[in-house]
Design a protein around this ligand. Structure first.
Ligand code: COA
Length: 201
């Protein structure tokens, strides 16, 4: 993979490239406007790829553009509050979403905490895209004042856990049979960001 373009979208009209690595741009959205660049159909196609491979994401049945329109609307509302953002990695050559990282804020009395959720389309995996997005997201979360950064991951999602450990997340607790995953209950791990990479799995 040659040259990923990472950009920060600050205002509706201004896109500031942070650095160029490939033909993929990561947009940091702070006012929600970037979502309007993608149609609900684009989002539906993106999500359905994960559903088809039974990936460990919350959605477990195929969605259509109507579902995604509702999703986009609720996200836009949250982004307008200014305590959340979504990073979008775009394949600029193919004008296609490659990956998404979302910061989900907690509310009173846990407003110092936020959760991360990440996904990368199968064909773009193993190229460091999730890692790149996390590195940006962690910095941006700190700028927004979040003290505790955490994420949920299925105990069966070994590759993701490996990635999170390398990024500096540490297992806090494993909840037995917590996640419903395509007909069975599987363990769920909560990981917190410690800042220190941990290579143990
Ligand atoms: C988990 C996921 C987001 C990783 O995305 P990615 O862009 O492929 O991850 P990266 O390329 O940044 O990986 C970074 C590191 O993990 C390793 N890694 C990533 N995917 C791997 C895989 N499938 N097998 C082995 N190692 C893998 C990379 O080698 C890399 O290691 P390095 O830092 O030593 O080079 C992606 O596989 C995905 O979207 N999976 C389906 C949805 C999902 O599970 N989301 C997470 C929910 S908690």
């Amino acid at each position: 993979m040659s040259g990923v373009k990472i950009s920060k979208l600050l205002e509706q009209e201004s896109i500031e490239p942070e650095r160029i690595i490939d033909s993929i741009a990561i947009y940091l959205d702070q006012d929600g406007s970037v979502l309007t660049k993608f149609s609900p159909q684009d989002w539906a196609e993106y999500i359905n790829e994960f559903v088809d491979e039974q990936a460990y994401i919350t959605v477990q049945k195929r969605v259509d553009s109507k579902d995604e329109l509702e999703w986009m609307y609720s996200k836009l509302q949250r982004l307008k509050e200014g305590r959340a953002f979504i990073l979008i990695a775009m394949d600029m050559k193919r004008d296609r979403i490659a990956g998404v990282l979302e910061l989900i804020p907690d509310h009173f009395p846990f407003q110092h905490r936020c959760e991360f959720s990440v996904s990368v389309r199968p064909e773009y995996r193993g190229k460091g895209l999730a890692k790149e997005m996390f590195q940006i997201a962690i910095k941006e979360a700190r700028k927004l004042g979040y003290l505790n950064l955490y994420l949920y991951v299925s105990a069966e999602n070994r590759d993701a856990i490996k990635l999170y450990r390398r990024l500096g997340f540490k297992k806090l607790i494993e909840l037995k049979k917590e996640r419903f995953h395509y007909g069975k209950l599987v363990n769920e791990v909560i990981m917190v960001y410690t800042g220190a990479p941990n290579r143990k799995i």
